[in-house]
Design a binder for this molecule. Structure first.
Ligand SMILES: [Zn+2]
Length: 272
């Protein structure tokens, strides 16, 4: 094909993909006007709020194994009358957002994620029993089908979260679970599950309670590369998924707003 033909073919494919996401597009348009319709889940009312965020410091495990945050005290109360720290932070530290830009050339940066996509009906896929036997376990299309059979369709604007039981391991080497060769072993989303959500639902976020959307042994980050370039985002190291229902909670993702960021530590709540 000629260059123009290739470009048009790609454009057509992107447009047809986009039509899957009427909801996302409509919400983005709402944002541009400065108004955002409340996601349906908010209208249901909630009685309790849970913190889904791990408290983190330089000891919190990171994907690359280096400290993810360094705090330097610039002012202290005794000398200056107030406390103030300068932070050096790897964006992908602690409970954090992966913006589409993280694995794409020109996807949304973290400040560009529409706010309507940051308040999500939360769908929790529990693979903890399988992950206890197999640390390389992955969420598969069958897991999603089982969730749908039990809970109904995945709502537009949903965050689909993997509960693997890994959140309980953050203070131990089992969280990264590196073998003798340095390869890590923890659960994640199989790319076919991500594709199923992309092609068949209006879900806008994938969340995991581990260090990566892809499971630990992945060398090609195929799930990241499938999911993020569609302007959907990810959440890693989510906490407390064992305390929320499989369906019915609303996730509020306090993503950071630094311009051009590929993601960043977030304060995340679940309204139950
Ligand atoms: Zn990340």
């Amino acid at each position: 094909m000629c260059d123009v033909c290739v470009m048009n073919a790609v454009k057509d494919r992107m447009l047809s993909r986009r039509s899957f996401f009427k909801a996302g597009a409509a919400m983005a348009a709402g944002t541009a006007l400065g108004t955002v319709a409340a996601p349906p889940a908010l209208a249901a009312g909630h009685g309790e709020v849970l913190d889904m965020t791990h408290v983190y410091d330089a000891d919190f495990p990171t994907y690359f194994g280096q400290p993810g945050i360094e705090a330097t005290q610039a002012f202290n109360f005794k000398e200056h009358g107030f406390n103030l720290f300068n932070l050096a932070v790897n964006e992908h530290t602690g409970t954090h957002v992966d913006a589409p830009l993280h694995f794409s050339a020109d996807g949304q940066s973290v400040d560009e994620i529409p706010v309507s996509n940051l308040v999500c009906p939360l769908c929790v896929v529990d693979i903890a029993a399988r992950a206890a036997e197999d640390p390389d376990a992955q969420v598969t299309p069958d897991d999603l089908k089982a969730w749908i059979a039990a809970n109904g369709d995945i709502p537009d604007g949903a965050c689909v979260a993997m509960h693997s039981g890994w959140a309980a391991k953050t203070a131990t080497p089992e969280f990264r679970n590196a073998d003798g060769d340095g390869k890590m072993h923890f659960p994640g989303f199989h790319v076919e599950a991500a594709q199923m959500l992309i092609e068949g639902t209006g879900a806008v976020a994938l969340a995991v309670d581990t260090l990566s959307l892809d499971h630990g042994p992945s060398a090609d980050f195929v799930t990241h590369y499938a999911w993020l370039p569609t302007n959907r985002y990810g959440i890693e190291n989510l906490a407390n998924l064992d305390k929320v229902p499989a369906s019915g909670a609303t996730l509020v993702v306090g993503a950071p707003a630094h311009r051009g960021g590929s993601g960043g530590p977030a304060r995340i709540f679940a309204m139950v």
